[in-house]
Write a protein that binds this ligand. Sequence first.
Ligand code: PLP
Length: 389
Amino acid sequence: MRWNERISPNVLAIPPSGIRRFFDIAAEMDDVVSLGVGEPDFITPWHIRESCVYGLERGFTAYTSNAGLLELREEIAHHFRSRYNVDYDAKKEVLITVGVSEALDLAIRALLSPGDDALIPEPCYVSYKSCVSLVGANPIPVPTSMENNFQLTVDALERAITPKTKLLLIGYPNNPTGAIMPREELMKIADFAKAHDLIVLSDEIYADLTYDAEHTCFSSLPGMKERTIVFNGFSKAYAMTGWRIGYALGAPEIIAAMTKIHQYTMLCAPITAQIAAVEALKNGEKQMKKMVKEYDCRRRLMVDGFRAMGLDCFEPKGAFYIFPSIKRTGLSSMEFAEQLLRAEKVAIVPGDAFGDSGQGHVRCSYAYSIANLNEALTRIEHFVRPMLK
Ligand code: PLP
């Protein structure tokens, strides 16, 4: 069977994630220090794991409703009301999904038809463009740059928009740059969305991981709730990547449409993870804040480390990534990442894995121990020193 002739062209056309490729090479080497994966090095706090154990003991092993446990949806609605002063109806406007990954895919599939355009500011999380391409729609990149603190501007959006643009997909705090979006800037984006009648998909999975800054939820901006789908989840803030639990918040019609796809594909998110997520939201804030404080120390170490070795480095204000410029070395992002891995056994991700405007940068995750980060910085400095003379 010639499988490649049978596989959907939309699937053949999307590249495999540029993040994983490196880790396949790194996995075959000894003594590698990896700053590659965007995953907390903490284990999920015990009280959250324990709630799942008790859930199992009490026999909670069945499907939940398609939309997810009502108790969890109510906790999420409560969280958004108290934190951002935005009201969601737990019964109609909240959908529990298998990670934010599933929620994004559902929203894109529910909204886009072949030939539609979606504006996607770059650099951005690797799955956005591929999810759009998979439905036969066109991702339209909107570049941001370090010179402008990786801020998305209305000028750049105006240059990129087309008559077929249906939605704008933003993610902040940003993976890979660590940029956040201040409220004043978001207001301008909101005006743009309104003027062009766009739907906004707002991936706020790193909302709790901000440093010296408050997160503004996009749907809390005046007039934005009706045209926004907000995404969040438990993977990052509560160190729960493996539990696979996320959610989407939006108008009843879009949540109903997404639920239709979800019921035929996933049926529901795992009940065990939903029970744990209730506990995380009810009682997890203290432990979460402790982890955020630790990330903040690591963030400072990394900014100082890169600057001290002579690389220009934007100070990230959120998430747990740093995105230094490697332009002064004269290498491309891919050359830098490959040579660093072979010469010094440090695994990082080339910036252009996150879009063309990531060229000239590399992404390092600092969700690793201080010892690991120090070792990586020493090795990177050893690698770049001869090139910066
Ligand atoms: N959105 C962003 C910006 C991410 O960085 C990630 C994971 O790295 C995801 C979504 C996916 O998260 P989840 O584990 O909830 O599927």
